[in-house]
Ligand binder design. Sequence first.
Ligand SMILES: [Zn+2]
Length: 342
Amino acid sequence: MKAVVHSEHGGPEVLRYTEVAEPKINAAEVLVRVRACALNHLDLWVRHGMPGITIPMPHILGSDIAGEVARVGELVTRVKVGQKVLLAPGIACGQCAACSAGNDNRCRRYTIFGYMVDGGCAEYVRSPEANVIPIPGDLSFDEAAAVPLVFLSAWHMLFGRAALQPGEDVLVLGAGSGVGSAAIQIAKLAGARVIATAGSDAKLKKAKELGADEVIHHGKQNISDEVKRLTERRGVDVVVEHVGEATWDMSMASLASSGRLVTCGATTGYEAKLDLRHLFGRQLTILGSYMGSRAELYAVLKLIGQRKLRAVIDRTLPLAQCAHAHELLEQREQFGKIVLNP
Ligand SMILES: [Zn+2]
């Protein structure tokens, strides 16, 4: 099969579009013919390499996968050949205390397609049966691939971690990012007032189309000053962070008393400073969030199928242009997801 493979860490140039052996499935697994695979910042981190983490090589990236079931192992009962499916991106043991409690994203053996196992930047991918989910509603393969990781992450941040309530004010950073474009929609659907940031007028316009009540141009305006102005100096109840170093101080300064900052990433760097006087004096809460549970993914997909939430696709490209797609994502020019088609 054709696949994008890398055997070393580095820039986009380490990605090779080449011929590799089709994956072999075991009795409990499913072989999926990939029709669409969406990129995430995780792809960039894994390609670059992370200190202390050994990625199995040669490696295939790609966490957000949609396609058709090509083959099933003899122990597979629920999934049928020919079904149009998407794959839950998180893979867990399914047996430990965390998994049994429905917190599969806290499983010690938790990983993600394209992280510790091969992902969807290929014509075929193997998957545990539990990860295979029928595509909801009348979604295309491209739309189905654009949903899972970012909507799951945004849902878990807002509800699982920050316990968002109707009527609260939410600041969503990076409206053009996958998590940002999902968080705007989810927070709005939950009855929150949404303030979103982006770095261009075109992106701010799209953020408003997704439901943002107010927008801040982070290149021209100071985020926390604008938040104070928009909230009559009170600040927001919840900040959705995933940018990291570049925005951390402004995110903290944007919080109302007793506000919650929830973060799922650090795309501009992970060294953040914290003024402890603000943390205790204003009774702030900082919450880490990583992916979300399978149950939360099903909740998101129900609303996606009803078109109450929608996939945001910047563009689609042939899988052969995967390295170019990585460059685009690194330049942060996109609004929403970049989807590859094998
Ligand atoms: Zn487990």
